[in-house]
Structure formats: structure tokens, C-alpha cells
Design a protein around this ligand. Structure first.
Ligand code: UD1
Length: 422
């Protein structure tokens, strides 16, 4: 988790990664679980938490609301008071997108929430309309005021809600409000991401009554009160997927533990089509590759589709594949900024609307590149591993937000990579 905003990585190309790596808890789960701890007075304990920058950022948000948060390695203990503050700290919230997940719990606990419009990755316009309309269906009024979303309600009441798109964040905020609403909420076209199921499992262990998590229709019977709990954060499927693509791109052999391969089914299937040998186990998988990958097309879609967070890795492998690939981004509009950096590394890529067409070449060539978000940053490091020469990856603070011990893990797998201060 160490490192400053100015750090960069020097990555030596033509590596072959080999060995075993274990992923820790999912970034996209732990932050929501930390926010869910707001729902119960007392101490909630989360284990298997990743050591990434977003966890202390969320600690700051929760402390600003009146909680005490202790982080000890992979364990986070959150003590929530009877009376919470309803205004989330403006500066802390603006630093990362996931902070918006305090909106549902605060509305449920305080009848009022003020949460600054979040910052975060530069991957496109990320409105909150479905978060707002979901809370409104439960009886709240919402508005945007002075750069913050404000929700207010006397009594939350269960309702039938249909999302226009299975938004992960909107599903989470609706769930964490509905658990304490009067009566039954039925949420249609809900997100089916494994992180939603993880959140529901924790909420149910706190005393919530949620049915259908992991499917498109989730039913929530509101309860009066929730109790604190202890919960193990699910493994990070995006970090695991990053290692899988690293193995295939470097013609390596990596065994990844701490993750259910069911959470990465399509991403691993695509690697098989590209020519990799993939073995799956109960709690992990192994990817081996001994030749140049074959070109494969990708379309990002909500789970169980190909994850948008692995789109940079799909572009990376396609850039060195034998043949032409078309990668279609269906979730975030501006996620192709990464392609400019890949072109600097020599990739033959053309962007056309929400498609990028890649003609694979034998080898990329090193230069200076800049990370624009967490996944693009990790994608650039993978590309640098297969580029001839030493590539400098700048703005690696983005990577630190999502990949625990990234450099150490890569070194253990045989990569030559070092972190240097700017
Ligand atoms: C979460 C993940 C992110 C992942 C994404 C999709 C976290 C912290 N981040 O982001 O890593 O890439 O899911 O799997 O968990 N949208 C609206 N209105 C809304 C809400 C969303 O138009 O009210 C749009 C977004 O702009 C985007 C799409 O819906 O185009 C999907 O967004 P969503 O599923 O909400 O993603 P996040 O929860 O922000």
C-alpha cells in the first residue's frame, strides 16, 4: 500500500511469469461491506481485506460519520455508534467513486444522507440517476445540491423497483436501504455480480432477509434492526483475472489461489480459445501458455458477461495475438483512453465508437506510458512485460488503489519491475 502519487514503475519486457499467487479480498466488495457496517450499532469485523489505498480512504469516510475504524493487516474492525452523522466528509468522498455506497446505509439509519458527488476513475460519465430513483421508489426525496447528493425520508417503505440497467452501485444502495425499510422490496434487473452476493451474504448474517442474491430479481423483506457480524471478504476476481491474462500474454504458467473460478468463467474460457491451457480448482485455477495467442473477440457486459474491468487485459492480449480482434465496450463510455497508451507501445489499434479493432503484432516496444485508472494501469504493466526494452509506467498511484503488493507479486513470479519515486 506504500507509495506516493509521483511513483512510477520501470518494467523490463520479454518476461515469462511463472509461479503461484494468492489474491486477497475484492476491492469492489470490501468497500461496500465497510459501508454496510453503518447499518448496525456495534463492532463489525471484516477479514481477508486487501491492503489497498481505497480501504484507508473508506476508513476516513466512516470515521467522519462517527465510526471508529481499526485496520490491522487484512482485518478491518468498524465500530458504529447509535447516532451517526448524516453528512459524509466532502474531501474524503470525492477521492473515490465507491464512497457513494454510504448513501443507502445512511438514508436507512439517519433518514438523511448528504454524500458529495464522487470522483474516481476517468472511464466515462458515471451518473447516479438510478441510485436516486431507487431511493425515491422507497419513499425518499433526493436532489443534487452544492455538489452533493442529498436523500431525505421519514420512513422507508418497500416497493417494486426495476432498474433500466443492472448497475452494481445502484443495486447496492437500494439493497442497503431496503433492508431496514417497512415491508417488501422486489428489485428487478438487479446486478448479478458476485460482489452483490457477497454483500447480501453479509447483510443476511446481520439479520437481513434477502432472497435471490446473484439473480436478476432480489427480494428484500425489511427488518427493524440489524446486528454487527464477522464476514470474510470474497476473493478479488479482477486481480485474479489480471494474473490469468499475465500468464497467457507472457507465455507463462501461473497458479492463482483465493478465488472461485466460477467468478471468472467467461474470462478463462476466452483464454482457452486463445490457446491457453486452463485448469480450474475449487478455490483457484492455473493458466499455462506456450505459444503466441490466437486473436479472440471480446464484448464487455454485466456479469456473467466479460468484465469491463478486464477490458484493458483483453486489449493487451489482442495486441500481440495472431490475427484481428474486435473489442466492444458496453458498460463505460470512455474506457478506451487506454488505447492511446497501447498505441505508444506499438499496438495496431483503431477506435471506432465503442469498438476497438486490433491487428496483433509479434511484439510491442517499450516507451513511457501513463495510467489513467486502476485497470488501465495494470493493463499497461502487462503490456510492458511483453514489450521489448524497459517501459516506464507513470501515475501508478491508480494501480495502488486496486492491486495489493503488485510489484512484489510480479517480482515473485519472475518479472523485472521496480518502483521509483518521480
Ligand atoms: C462497479 C465497479 C467497477 C465496475 C462496474 C461494472 C465498484 C467500486 N466499481 O462500478 O469496478 O467496472 O461496477 O462492473 O464496485 N449508470 C447510470 N446511472 C446510474 C448508475 C450507473 O447511468 O445511476 C451507468 C454507468 O455510468 C455505467 C453503467 O451504468 O455506464 C454501469 O455502472 P455501475 O454498474 O453502476 O458501475 P459502478 O457501480 O459505478
Amino acid at each position: 500500500m506504500s507509495g506516493s502519487v509521483k511513483d512510477r514503475f520501470l518494467v523490463t519486457g520479454c518476461a515469462r511469469l511463472q509461479g503461484a499467487v494468492k489474491v486477497s479480498g475484492a476491492k469492489n466488495s470490501v468497500l461496500k461491506l465497510m459501508a454496510a457496517a453503518l447499518l448496525a450499532e456495534g463492532t463489525t469485523t471484516l477479514t481477508n481485506c486487501p491492503e489497498i489505498l481505497d480501504v484507508p480512504l473508506m476508513q476516513r469516510v466512516l470515521e467522519g460519520l462517527g465510526c471508529t475504524v481499526v485496520i490491522e493487516g487484512g482485518v478491518v474492525r468498524i465500530t458504529t455508534p447509535a447516532e451517526l452523522k448524516s453528512d459524509a466528509d466532502f474531501d474524503a468522498v470525492r477521492q473515490f467513486r465507491a464512497s457513494v455506497c454510504v448513501l443507502g446505509p445512511l438514508t436507512a439509519r439517519c433518514g438523511r444522507a448528504v454524500v458529495a458527488l464522487p470522483g474516481g476513475d476517468a472511464i466515462g460519465n458515471r451518473p447516479l440517476d438510478m441510485h436516486q430513483s431507487g431511493l425515491e421508489r422507497l419513499g425518499a426525496t433526493t436532489r443534487i445540491s452544492h455538489g452533493a447528493v442529498v436523500a431525505e425520508v421519514e420512513t422507508l417503505r418497500g416497493a417494486r423497483i426495476s432498474l433500466d440497467f443492472p448497475s452494481v452501485g445502484a443495486t447496492e444502495n437500494i439493497l442497503t436501504a431496503a433492508v431496514l425499510a417497512e415491508g417488501r422490496t422486489v428489485l428487478d434487473n438487479a446486478a448479478r455480480e458476485p460482489e452483490i452476493a457477497d454483500l447480501c451474504e453479509m447483510l443476511n448474517s446481520m439479520g437481513a432477509r434477502i432472497d435471490g442474491a446473484g439473480t436478476s430479481t432480489i427480494t428484500i423483506d425489511g427488518v427493524e434492526k440489524l446486528e454487527p457480524t464477522e464476514h470474510e471478504v470474497m476473493g478479488d476476481r479482477i486481480v485474479a483475472g489480471t494474473w490469468a491474462y499475465a500468464a497467457a500474454m507472457t507465455r507463462g504458467d501461473i497458479t492463482v489461489g483465493g478465488i472461485s473460478p466460477r467468478h471468472l468463467h467467461l474470462a478463462l474460457e476466452k483464454l482457452k480459445v486463445a490457446g491457453a491451457d486452463v485448469e480450474t480448482y475449487e478455490n483457484g485455477f492455473r493458466v499455462r501458455m506456450n505459444r503466441r495467442p490466437t486473436a479472440v473477440d471480446y464484448q464487455t457486459l454485466p456479469f456473467p458477461g466479460f468484465p469491463t474491468d478486464l477490458q484493458p487485459m483483453a486489449i493487451g492480449i489482442s495486441s500481440i495475438a495472431d490475427g484481428m480482434s474486435v473489442i466492444t465496450e458496453n458498460v463505460f463510455e470512455s474506457r478506451f483512453r487506454f488505447v492511446d497508451e497501447m498505441q505508444r507501445l506499438g499496438a495496431h489499434a483503431t477506435v471506432d465508437g465503442h469498438h476497438v479493432v486490433l491487428h496483433g503484432i509479434e511484439q510491442l516496444s517499450s516507451t513511457d506510458v501513463w495510467s489513467s485508472d486502476i485497470r488501465a494501469g495494470a493493463g499497461l504493466v502487462l503490456a510492458a512485460l511483453v514489450a521489448e526494452g524497459v517501459t516506464t509506467v507513470h501515475d501508478v498511484h491508480h494501480i495502488d488503489r486496486g492491486y495489493p503488493n503488485f510489484v512484489e507479486n510480479l517480482q515473485a513470479l519472475g518479472a523485472t519491475i521496480e518502483r521509483v519515486a518521480e
